[in-house]
Design a binder for this molecule. Structure first.
Ligand SMILES: Nc1ncnc2c1ncn2[C@@H]1O[C@H](COP(=O)(O)OP(=O)(O)O)[C@@H](O)[C@H]1O
Ligand SMILES: Nc1ccn([C@@H]2O[C@H](COP(=O)(O)OP(=O)(O)O)[C@@H](O)[C@H]2O)c(=O)n1
Length: 248
């Protein structure tokens, strides 16, 4: 960092080279326990937990231009356009001040993955796949009691369909790259976390402090300058993408 050569390296979009940012995608069907496990990983290993579902729900409350569209799509269990999601992720990463991120519920389809790749260009370290039978996920979602619009039987069934038709192919894509770490998520919470802990063990050494990102509060923290610059560049690219598309 700091030399002209290093700056030039970063500007080609390949942040991996300076090994400063760790991104883990956390995937699995609705109710498999992504949020539950991410909260624990964030605490134990100093990652910032970014739940795309939570970011989208927070966005619906801001009265933004996209809020109403997002609300309708989520109620129907549909996947929100990737430009919106990637933009929210960039903003959240910028605010977090961390350089280790758990991105929960993303990429949910090929469009998410391709948009992320073209805009962010940060290869995920690995994909944590919480594998759980559908009947167990259905039970968990219907007992979740968080007052979510989409935790009813019709929306849950649609989300299962979206998961198997759109998200599983993304997991298969990363499997072919040797990046998937699969865990049996049907076990009790602490047993699942034991398996998860073994996967994250190499990240313990770099643990600085727990940083559990609050989507609604948008807390400001200290920002790593390299990440800040990188994300600012990504934000400009996303803006350009938005300009190309007519408003939804
Ligand atoms: N391993 C588990 N065993 C039993 N219940 C669980 C387990 N993991 C999560 N839950 C519960 O299931 C529900 C869904 O979990 P959550 O973490 O919100 O899933 P997701 O983020 O994947 O939708 C929550 O009520 C949570 O407390
Ligand atoms: N990458 C994503 C993630 C979530 N979402 C939306 O957010 C909803 C809830 O996602 P979530 O991750 O909070 O919850 P689960 O369906 O995993 O329980 C999804 O059904 C989608 O409508 C999206 O559009 N794109």
């Amino acid at each position: 960092m700091g030399t002209k050569v290093d700056k030039d390296k970063n500007s080609d979009g390949s942040l991996l080279r300076d090994k400063k940012i760790t991104i883990v995608f956390v995937l699995g069907g609705p109710g498999c326990g992504k949020g539950t496990q991410c909260e624990k990983i964030a605490k134990h290993f100093g990652f910032t937990h970014l739940s795309v579902g939570d970011l989208l729900r927070a966005e619906t409350k801001t009265g933004s231009a996209y809020g109403a569209m997002i609300q309708t799509m989520m109620k129907e269990g549909e996947i929100v356009p990737s430009e919106v999601v990637v933009k929210l992720l960039q903003q959240a990463m910028l605010r977090s001040g961390n350089n280790k991120f758990l991105i929960d519920g993303f990429p949910r389809n090929e469009e998410n993955r391709l948009t992320y790749e073209s805009v962010m260009k940060i290869e995920p370290a690995f994909i944590l796949f919480l594998d759980c039978p559908q009947e167990e996920m259905e039970r968990r979602v219907l007992n979740r009691n968080q007052g979510r619009d989409d935790d009813n039987i019709e929306a849950v069934r649609k989300r299962f369909k979206v998961f198997s038709e759109s998200t599983l192919p993304v997991i298969e894509y990363y499997e072919r790259k040797g990046k998937v770490r699969k865990v049996d998520a049907a076990k009790p919470i602490d047993e699942v976390f034991n398996d998860v802990k073994a996967i994250f063990a190499p990240y313990k050494a770099n643990f600085v402090s727990s940083s559990n990102f609050n989507a609604e509060a948008g807390v400001e923290h200290r920002m790593c300058p390299a990440l800040s610059k990188r994300l600012a560049r990504c934000a400009r690219k996303t803006k350009a993408l938005f300009r190309k598309r007519a408003p939804v």
